[in-house]
Write a protein that binds this ligand. Structure first.
Ligand SMILES: *Cc1c(COP(=O)(O)O)cnc(C)c1O
Length: 370
């Protein structure tokens, strides 16, 4: 029998900490919670959000639809009706199934949990999206990062060698890659899919800004899942992501998905937003045009290197990332400072493409010290 314990409210901080320490997994205690910077009213160019709000009539239409949602009821568990709407809008053949997530972050976790036991290896290029590594840790799988080249190109032979050596249960390819922005060559991704003994997930969070997608090819391979999200195209607050794959894979993911993971308001909003796809597509086009301008001006700035991007952000290597970050913050602009997060990302800032006015503010600030 354990000795009787006092209520936690009466325990000393040291006693609480000791209790936590013997209870929580050490690898979890060693983590820091995912840090999200608060913008405090600054121009927000740190999180790959769409800078454009929805047009007022769309807001009004949404308000009317959301007002009628019966919130006393659980939502449609698997989200069948919005899956149908999505499948129609994406033109998916009937053999392709969808599973919905509370953001694609949840999809990443569902896929990792479905595939990986404690002996499994999860493999991804490195640097890439940090959640691939974290989800592997949660699942007690072993994460293997395969370094990108110094210019962030995919090292295909290193990837293939690592796949041969490690026999990963799961390979992640962010397509385009975050935080570097580049789109790996299609043929290289094909080679990786062909060589992988397990699943390959092509994470297309930035599909709207890229000139190629694996979604139309999802049935061409035995082991391909494509993941997308509505977050980067203008609905980050909605929290909706999805995986598309042969329905045999989707049936397994559905067993791991929490029963009511996509809430009723999100499910009600999605068809309205799909009916305004042309507006969102126009915004994506505007963002791509601004991306070219922003990246071009930065590339001509003394001491700055920019990298090819097919996402809604620009990765820039600057002379002093910490100094630039602080000076931009002082000018009321929040970007993502990647310096110190990975050796290949030394002196790198990740700048989300904003509205023309926001980008002008950023470029004016930069020209004031460059
Ligand atoms: C932003 C991002 C996600 C997560 O998106 P949510 O749907 O908002 O959870 C997933 N993968 C990559 C590569 C991303 O950059």
């Amino acid at each position: 029998m354990n000795a009787p314990q006092p209520p936690i409210a009466e325990m000393s901080a040291a006693a609480v900490a000791a209790r936590v320490e013997v209870t929580i997994r050490p690898e979890v205690r060693a983590l820091n919670a995912y840090a999200v910077a608060k913008a405090h009213g600054a121009i927000k160019l740190d999180a790959m959000e769409n800078p454009y709000d929805l047009p007022a009539p769309v807001h009004a239409e949404l308000a009317a639809v959301l007002a009628r949602v019966p919130l006393n009821r659980y939502p449609d568990g698997p989200g069948d009706s919005i899956k149908q709407a999505l499948a129609r809008s994406l033109g998916l053949p009937k053999e392709v199934g969808l599973v919905l997530g509370n953001g694609s972050d949840e999809i990443l976790q569902i896929v990792t949990t479905s595939v990986c036991g404690s002996e499994a290896v999860v493999l991804a290029p490195d640097p890439s999206f940090v959640m691939y590594r974290l989800n592997a840790l949660y699942a007690k799988a072993r994460f293997v990062g395969v370094p990108l080249r110094a210019d962030f190109a995919l090292d295909v032979s290193a990837m293939l060698a690592a796949i041969e050596r490690e026999r990963p249960a799961l390979v992640w390819i962010a397509y385009p890659n975050n935080p570097t922005g580049n789109l790996f060559p299609e043929a290289a991704v094909e080679q990786i899919i062909a060589a992988a003994p397990g699943l390959v997930v092509v994470d297309e969070a930035y599909y709207a800004f890229a000139d190629h997608s694996f979604l139309p090819r999802v049935l061409e391979f035995a082991n391909l899942v494509v993941v997308r999200t509505v977050s980067k195209i203008g609905m980050a607050g909605l929290r909706l992501g999805y995986a598309a794959a042969h329905s045999a894979w989707i049936a397994e993911f559905d067993k791991v998905r929490p029963p009511y993971n996509v809430n009723a308001l999100t499910q009600a909003a999605l068809p309205v937003l799909l009916s305004h796809e042309a507006t969102l597509a126009r915004q994506a086009q505007d963002i791509c045009a601004e991306r070219a301008r922003l990246s071009g001006v930065l590339a001509r700035t003394q001491g700055v290197t920019t990298y090819p991007t097919q996402a809604n952000f620009v990765l820039a290597r600057v002379p002093d990332a910490n100094g630039w970050f602080a000076a931009l913050w002082a000018a009321g602009i929040l970007v993502k400072n990647l310096h110190g997060t990975h050796p290949l990302l030394a002196q790198c800032l990740r700048i989300t493409v904003g509205t023309p006015a926001e980008n002008d503010r950023l470029l004016a600030a930069v020209s004031s010290w460059s």
